[in-house]
Ligand binder design. Structure first.
Ligand code: ADP
Ligand code: AMP
Length: 214
């Protein structure tokens, strides 16, 4: 199964993908997480991506496609894959089609998570992320047991620089302009596309997500 999670920043893609991947033993491929790891490791890619990420802009397609191609080399050919935050442009969607075609696979489902902008801004203002293991919390909805400390690995939680309200507003505009058109693009390509209302509790969204990929 190859599934794409589409939706604006803060809608819960990472939260939902991590749960399903853990339960099913599938690969969770988040380009945002891969880029943050590259930044942390100080790689060339990390250095090139930094300014785009801090400004809430998209990292250029060629860098993203190289990153994904490289990452998929380490993934078993038959593994279930959940793409989270990728593709984000039609050029990336075309590139993904090519990469999958080479291994005789294709996109099996596109799940579009939807919530109002006010919900997204509120969620992102409360998001706290673990830079060490990638776990995600929310100070309002899902706080860690000990404030500021990751339950899973003991790392120090951060409020991502790009989760500041002004950068979030810009990321939402970028989503509308460059990523939302992928919904029509995949519809035209006759992909199986399912919309999931995401403005409700995590468990309810997960149930709808599972039904969508079944
Ligand atoms: P995305 O990957 O789409 O940017 P995340 O999964 O990181 O979004 O979620 C954004 C924030 O919202 C996090 O703080 C997360 O804990 C919280 N969150 C995710 N899903 C829900 C939900 N259904 N209800 C309330 N808060 C949620
Ligand atoms: P995310 O963790 O998905 O919210 O992504 C954080 C930031 O990483 C985005 O605002 C972009 O700057 C960059 N990014 C992540 N995935 C992509 C992608 N597929 N294409 C371009 N930029 C990306």
């Amino acid at each position: 199964m190859v599934v794409i999670l589409l939706g604006p920043p803060g809608v819960g893609k990472g939260t939902q993908a991590a749960r399903l991947a853990d339960a099913e033993g599938w690969e969770h491929v988040s380009t945002g997480d891969l880029l943050r790891a590259a930044r942390r490791d100080g790689t060339d890619l990390g250095k090139k991506a930094q300014a785009f990420m801090d400004a809430g802009e998209l990292v250029p397609d060629s860098l993203i496609l190289d990153l994904v191609r490289d990452h998929l080399k380490g993934v078993a050919p038959e593994a279930g894959i959940l793409f989270d935050g990728f593709p984000r442009t039609t050029a990336q969607a075309e590139g993904l089609g090519g990469v999958l075609g080479q291994v005789h696979r294709r996109v099996d489902a596109v799940v579009v998570f939807e919530a109002p902008d006010e919900t997204l801004v509120q969620r992102l203002s409360g998001r706290r992320s673990c830079p060490d293991c990638g776990a995600v919390y929310n100070v309002h909805q899902n706080p860690p047991a000990k404030e500021g400390i990751c339950d899973r690995c003991g790392g120090t939680l951060v409020h991502r620089a790009d989760d500041k309200p002004e950068t979030v507003r810009h990321r939402l505009e970028v989503y509308q302009e460059l990523t939302a058109p992928l919904i029509a693009w995949y519809e035209k390509a006759q992909a199986r596309l399912v919309r999931v209302p995401a403005d409700r509790p995590v468990d309810d969204v997960q149930a709808a997500f599972r039904a969508a990929v079944r």
